[in-house]
Every structure is written in structure tokens, then in C-alpha cells.
Design a protein. Sequence first.
Length: 256
Amino acid sequence: MSKELIEVSGLVFKQKKYKDFDVLSKIMTAENGIFTLLIKGGLKPKSRLLPATINFSYGNYLINTNYCGLSVLRNYKVVHQLEHIYFDFKGNAYANYLLDLVDHAYADYQPLGKNYYLVFNALVKINEGIDNEIICDMVELKLISDFGTMPEFRHCVFCDASQGIFDFSLQLGGIVCKNHFGSANTRMCLDAKTMGLIRTLALIDIQQLGQINISDNLKQQSRKFIDILYGQYLDLHLKTKKYLKEVLGVDYIYFF
């Protein structure tokens, strides 16, 4: 099957050497999902392509592809870079984890739909210095459904109530309103503030996220919940998450 020359808009990440002078880079695109780009001669001193494919570069790229296996980078148009993420080791660790997470949620060339914009906007906010931890929590809560599990954060699993005080039941797979606490023996007994933060992050659009002023304790409780959620429903052991924990120097990220 011959390769087609197309233009894609996307963000480059996870670069590695391939053969003597070539480079392989992952690219997350709006049109064609995530796939691997071959950058021929990318390690040669006078390569005109490599500067446009440094990790966290984004823009418009011309590629040859048959929508499976490797695609080949031919040229690029306007390209920018998320420079703060590139140079800040904490921002870099968060960004690599989120990109790794979405990469594991989708097959190569599978369209990401709205989650392309979710992850891209999350990276932009991290690049702008907005609270990395809260941005990461939001993306994790929204991406979990793409792994095939659908926790219910919008309505009580018993009565469809959407306002009031809630808890969460792992066994029932969703939130439980105060009126049905007695019906959910396996609820997690989360405090109202923690559950309120989790629901907000799970339900609002990332573009609606404004100034963030959340206590460290509340962030810790949210992080504990999300790690338990992922441990209960998924079998993910990402090196990027382990590295993120090491970078942050924290001991409240739970692994299963």
C-alpha cells in the first residue's frame, strides 16, 4: 500500500534514536490519533527536521502515511514549543505521564476526539505554571472512561440526584447521595470537600478551570482517591508514573 502525503496538526513527544542517524518520535494529532514518526537523518548535524520535532513541539507537519506502522516526516510548517515544560523537570514529569496515559488508552491512529484537546490544553496550562497536580487529576478522571470503565460522577447511582452531599462506592461504580449512604455498605467515606473537588474536576471542561487555590491536604485526598480508582479498575503500571512519584518525592501515590 503506497503512503499518502497529508498534513497533520499535533504535538511531538517520546523521541528516541533509530539506526545510525534516524529518530523515532511519537506524535499526538487532532486528526489521526497517536502514532510514530520516522525522522530520516534527524541526528545529522545539519538536519532541518530535528528542531521541529524536539519533545513538546507542536504545529503542522507534512507526513507520508498509510495509517499503520511508521509514518515518515517530510516537512513542517509553523511549529512552536512548550518551553517551560521542556526545561522544568516537574512539569516535564507530569507532561510525560499524561501523554503516556493517553497513549496507552488508544491504539495507533485511533482518533482521540475531544481528548486530544483535553490533553493538549492540560499541557498548555502546565506550561503556563498552573497547578500541575490539579491538572493531572482532572485529566486522569476524564481519561479513565477511555480504558473501558465508566465511573458515574454526575448522578447518584440509586436515585439520579445530582446535588447535595455525596460519597463514592467502588463496588457500585459511582457516587452515592447522602440519602442512600445506608444502601451502600462499601462506600469510601470520603469527606464532602474531597468528593466535591473530585466531581468538579471530573465534570467541568478544562477550559473552565480558573484560578486554583486548593489546600495541600485536599489535594492529597484527591490524589489518594484517583490512585485507588485506577488501581481498582485498571491494570496499569506506567514507568512515567513511577518516575513522577520519584520527582515529587511523595509517598501518597498508591500503586497496585
